[in-house]
Design a protein around this ligand. Structure first.
Ligand SMILES: [Zn+2]
Length: 194
C-alpha cells in the first residue's frame, strides 16, 4: 500500500512519506506484518516488524541477534548457544550481557529513533498503516492482493519468543521512564537501551 502522509506542522525535522505493510499469512503468528518506511522521499528503512504484544500491536525496529566469539576457535555463535557451532566447545548459554535489572540482552536494533517524540510519531503512523492494511484484507477477502516485497518475501515469518519478550520488556521500560521526570532523555544513551 502506498500511504502518502501529510506533513504535520509540529515535526518539521522528520517526515514519513510512505509506509508499506506486508501482512504475514498465519493469524496465530505473533509477527503480524513487515513494513518499510520512507523518510522524506529519500531514505528507506525496511524490515520493521509489527508484533502483537500483550498490550496491542507494537513496532519493532530492524534488528540482529547478538553474537560472540568462541574462546577456542573464534567462530561466531549466538549468545544462547551452549556449544560452539564450529568446534563444539561447551559455552555458557547464560553469558549474554545483562541490563541494570539483570535481564539478558540478545538483540540489537540496527536503525531506530533516538528520541521519544520520533518514536511515538513513527509508532502511530505505522500502527495506523497496519490497521488499514488489515482492514483492507478483511474487507476484500479473496480479492485482497497482498503486497509483494520481493526479496523480503524470502525472510522467515518466525520471530523467536526471546525476542518478543525482550521487546515487550523494553516497551515497559520506556513507559516506566516516561512517567518519571527524567523520562525525556529516554533512548539517547545507546541503541541497546533504546
Ligand atoms: Zn569454537
Amino acid at each position: 500500500m502506498t500511504n502518502e502522509r501529510q506533513q504535520s506542522g509540529d515535526s518539521p525535522r522528520f517526515r514519513i512519506t510512505e509506509i508499506r505493510v506486508k501482512l504475514t499469512d498465519d493469524p496465530r503468528n505473533k509477527l503480524k506484518a513487515y513494513c518499510s518506511v520512507t523518510i522524506d522521499h529519500a531514505f528507506v528503512v525496511r524490515d520493521l516488524k509489527i508484533i502483537d504484544g500483550n498490550k496491542g500491536p507494537f513496532v519493532a525496529m530492524p534488528s540482529r541477534k547478538l553474537a560472540d566469539h568462541c574462546p577456542r576457535c573464534h567462530h561466531k555463535n549466538h549468545l544462547r548457544a551452549a556449544y560452539c557451532n564450529q568446534c563444539g566447545t561447551g559455552l555458557d548459554p547464560d553469558r549474554a550481557p545483562r541490563d541494570a535489572r539483570g535481564r539478558s540482552q540478545l538483540h540489537a536494533d540496527l536503525a531506530h529513533p533516538i528520541n521519544s517524540a520520533t518514536r511515538i510519531e513513527m509508532h502511530k503512523a505505522i500502527v495506523q498503516a497496519y490497521a488499514q492494511e488489515f482492514e483492507a484484507a478483511q474487507r476484500d477477502g479473496d480479492q485482497y492482493k497482498p503486497k509483494s516485497f520481493d526479496d523480503l518475501d524470502a525472510l522467515s515469518d518466525m520471530v523467536d519468543d526471546d525476542y518478543i519478550e525482550e521487546l515487550e520488556r523494553r516497551q515497559e521500560e520506556r513507559d516506566r521512564r516516561r512517567r518519571t521526570p527524567d523520562g525525556r532523555s529516554d533512548g539517547l544513551a545507546s541503541g541497546a537501551a533504546e
